[in-house]
Ligand binder design. Structure first.
Ligand SMILES: *Cc1c(COP(=O)(O)O)cnc(C)c1O
Length: 831
């Protein structure tokens, strides 16, 4: 829907500066996601760390003309002659107000979903169940926050027949705002779990907060077998403001009088049959192709809503059988012939396509890499096919796609709508992979987005570089969560260096750097100049620090703007000389002081005068920062030593600082320091291990980033008394089942884990390494574990912390993580 700028001004109660006419179709809160500047209204949100107002000049240059602000720029009429500024007291509240007024325009069923787990699954399944007969607008992915909910509700258009929105909260008081925006006619509480318990006093308190969503909803859906939910719900007034009585649809396995009585749940090998009586009617049943508890209870919630919205029991059963698992991941894989693959198996619809295109666009890449979109038919009812694919074309073009490959009969029929110069259409995946077009994919970033039944997996499999069956899966969301965890200890204006040396602690520096750059960290740090050059060639523009600058690599550093650390007079002289020879002036460097590690660095007591003098008598380089490194911030045992180190650093660095007019940044805290000595954060901190999810102070996982996985190659029964592997090191004490897996010491699996010293996980169960670990393969004992050839094996990761391995090996997690060899394929994903 299009709103005029006058209308928006009134709806959010703003004061308008500027008088250009404008129509608003898009809302933007993150400048990086800009797509349709002319019709965009930008909300300049303020957070602790960031202020949307800072992006106004850039956005204006890129064509955005309409802004919601708290502060109108001085001289707006001359600097922004074509703009409208809508001044409000609070921009987030204005965004929420606009969504709320937009919601008021709709007199249709709106489903609001809250709960600790399962919100996204229920939302996606309702979409799957309803969208073949109704035009459903739903929250994209898991947009369920104070910002995500208004953005989701804004997506409703004239065509929308049902809205389905998630509401997530992490603190008391948040639900009220979400409720006002969603105004659900049907409100769902999936369950109350332990997640986010931190900010709530009790489960009951959390339940009360979630039940705020139920206020004023005509119909509510909940688990009537949960005592806390039942009790808390009883305290909520049943009579609505309009005098109607709220319809309460509880589901229960015990109470025959509940609205949805579940008579039986019967699990088969791959599916579950659920028999139910809805509102005292006839006994009916449905089958879902899943057997886990969460799927069963979420399907019951969906069944209630679908029946409530008029679906017949037969139709419900038919659609339930076709439910698909929820794939939220966007995967990034290295492909053949210089291609990068971004695989998005999330349900195809136009909003999720836009998010995936935005993701592709925001990741910098090799110069010259073209952006290609491979898209299947989109299953979306409502619009005409012409309209739908014209919209797809428009989006793809705006988001930088230069090559379009459509797969499916519908998209092929609409080929005329796709206005992209290079375009190809195929009826099926089969046809595509046998084509010239497939054979000629080269140096492209390829986004694959296909509905499940099109079988895009086949394309990925053929395109991915075949290296090895062993993979390291890297969760980019977890990296961001860890970043935010450490940022929470830091003052908003403290800068941050992220250490991505040793190939991002094994996770892969390039992709980690892209993610960090997108989240605006101030510096990235790598070990050697070549690593820095690789980042630059992959489109990284952030500041980059080189921790171990080699004398042979000065030229690389100058060419790629890589700022070296300088730790000795010898290095200093060589660097000045090299810079002078190139005619370079003011090249930034970082001065390292040795305060107790006794590894590298100037002596803060004795070297400072000479250092200052030398720096003052040249203009080739300029000290941008001065730093030192703690030897034991991870343990209280060294607190006294750390204090001494800090005092030494404080003195030496202040001396350097006061000798220059420009501000020299000071930094000493590493990951453990950020948490343990937040008072020593100075101007900047250096985050390393913590970014990868390990808290070196207690060896616990924050958010796990890397999971090393492989698969079972072969299973065999081996009788008691036989030996396993080279040199007969393990003799079996009983008849056993032994699995061979394709990972060995050449992949970085330490030989000391062999002979039952360590274990991995097979289908969640511990399996010990037996025999000596070989170069490329090793053997594990899977006796008594339900498994088959081809099953996945976790070496470390989400379920087996890497610290378990490092403890067994009597080393530190850093060594295990950085030891994973290059031939192990890295796969990146984000929700
Ligand atoms: C590696 C490194 C860090 C990061 O240390 P973590 O313990 O991984 O946080 C910080 N500073 C310097 C100089 C480093 O070499």
């Amino acid at each position: 829907m299009i709103y005029t700028i006058e209308k928006v001004t009134t709806l959010i109660g703003a004061r308008r500066y500027g008088d250009r006419d404008a129509n608003i179709g898009f809302i933007l809160t993150d400048s990086r996601s800009l797509c349709f500047p002319e019709e965009t209204l930008f909300f300049a949100l303020k957070s602790e760390r960031n202020d949307g107002h800072n992006y106004i000049p850039e956005l204006y240059r890129r064509g955005v003309k309409n802004f919601v602000v708290t502060d109108v720029p001085k001289g707006y009429a001359s600097d922004y002659p074509e703009a409208n500024f809508l001044k409000v007291v609070n921009t987030l509240e204005a965004l929420q107000r606009l969504a709320e007024r937009h919601r008021d325009e709709f007199n249709i069923p709106i489903v609001g979903i809250t709960g600790s787990n399962g919100k996204t699954m229920v939302k996606e399944w309702l979409y799957q169940l309803l969208s073949s007969s109704l035009y459903v607008t739903r929250s994209p992915r898991s947009y369920n926050s104070q910002i995500g909910v208004p953005l989701s509700v804004w997506l409703m258009t004239e065509q929308t027949q049902v809205g389905v929105f998630e509401a997530g909260i992490s603190m008391p008081g948040e639900m009220l705002a979400l409720r006002d925006i969603i105004q659900p006619t049907i409100a769902i509480l999936t369950n109350i779990g332990e997640a986010h318990q931190r900010n709530f006093e009790s489960k009951a308190e959390k339940c009360r907060e979630k039940l705020v969503l139920f206020h004023d909803a005509q119909t509510v859906v909940y688990n009537a077998d949960d005592e806390i939910i039942r009790n808390e719900l009883e305290k909520v007034d049943e009579v609505l403001p309009n005098g109607e009585v709220q319809e309460r649809l509880g589901w229960s396995l015990q109470d025959k009088k509940s609205a949805m009585f579940i008579k039986s749940i019967e699990k088969k090998e791959t599916q579950t049959q659920i028999k139910y009586i809805y509102k005292g009617g006839e006994e009916s049943e449905y089958v879902i192709p899943f057997i886990d508890e969460a799927s069963v209870s979420n399907s019951i919630v969906c069944a209630i809503v679908a029946l409530k919205l008029g679906l017949s029991a037969e139709e419900l059963n038919k659609r339930m059988q076709q439910l698909e698992p929820i794939a939220m991941r966007l995967e990034v894989k290295v492909g053949q012939h210089g291609c990068t693959l971004i695989n998005d198996s999330y349900n195809s619809d136009i909003n999720s396509l836009d998010i995936a295109l935005d993701f592709m666009n925001r990741r910098p890449d090799h110069k010259g890499c073209r952006h290609t979109l491979i898209l299947s038919d989109i299953q979306q009812s409502g619009e005409s096919a012409e309209q739908l694919y014209a919209e797809v074309s428009n989006l793809a073009r705006k988001r930088g796609v230069v090559k379009f490959i459509g797969i499916g009969s519908e998209i092929s029929a609409q080929s005329a709508q796709i206005q992209i110069a290079e375009k190809f259409f195929f009826k099926s995946v089969e046809q595509f992979i046998h084509s010239e077009v497939f054979q000629s994919l080269r140096d492209e970033v390829i986004l694959l987005k296909g509905a499940r039944q099109f079988g895009f997996d086949q394309i990925t499999e053929l395109l991915v570089q075949k290296v090895h069956e062993t993979t390291l899966e890297v969760n980019l969301n977890a990296v961001v969560k860890n970043l935010n965890y450490y940022r929470s200890f830091m003052k908003p204006d403290t800068k941050l260096v992220c250490m991505i040396k040793a190939d991002g602690y094994g996770a892969g520096a390039v992709e980690i750097a892209k993610t960090l750059q997108d989240h605006r960290v101030d510096y990235l740090a790598v070990a050697v100049a070549d690593e820095g050059a690789t980042l630059r060639r992959n489109g990284i523009t952030s500041n980059i620090m080189i921790m171990n600058p080699e004398m042979t690599a000065f030229k690389t550093m100058f060419d790629y703007d890589l700022e070296p650390e300088v730790y000795s007079f010898r290095l200093l002289e060589a660097l000045i000389k090299a810079a002078e020879k190139e005619g370079i002036t003011g090249f930034p460097v970082h001065i390292k002081l040795d305060t107790g590690m006794h590894r590298l660095g100037f002596d803060p007591k004795n070297d400072m005068d000479k250092l200052i003098d030398r720096l003052k008598h040249q203009n080739a380089i300029i000290p941008r920062s001065v730093f030192s490194h703690f030897v034991g911030s991870d343990s209280d045992d060294f607190d006294e030593f750390s204090a001494k180190q800090f005092a030494l650093f404080d003195e030496g660095s202040k001396k350097l600082q006061s000798a220059f007019e420009h501000k020299i940044i000071r930094h000493i805290d590493n990951s453990a320091g950020i948490e343990h000595f937040p008072e020593r954060q100075l101007d900047m901190c250096r985050l390393g291990l913590g970014l990868y999810g390990i808290n070196s102070r207690n060896n616990e996982t924050i958010h796990n980033v890397s999971t090393l996985k492989t698969t079972i190659l072969q299973l065999r029964n081996v009788p008691a008394g036989d030996s396993i592997g080279y040199s007969r090191k393990t003799i079996l004490g009983k008849d056993s089942v032994i699995a061979a897996i394709p990972i060995g010491y050449a992949d970085g699996l330490n030989r000391h884990l062999g002979n039952r010293h360590g274990y991995c996980l097979v289908n969640g169960k511990k399996a010990e390494y037996v025999g000596n670990i070989c170069m490329d393969v090793c053997m594990i004992d899977v006796t008594g574990i339900d498994c088959k050839e081809g099953d996945s094996v976790e070496i470390f990761g989400d379920h087996l912390p890497v610290t378990v391995l490092s403890d067994i090996l009597e080393t530190i997690p850093y060594e295990v993580m950085t030891g994973i060899s290059n031939r192990v394929k890295r796969i990146y994903f984000q929700d």
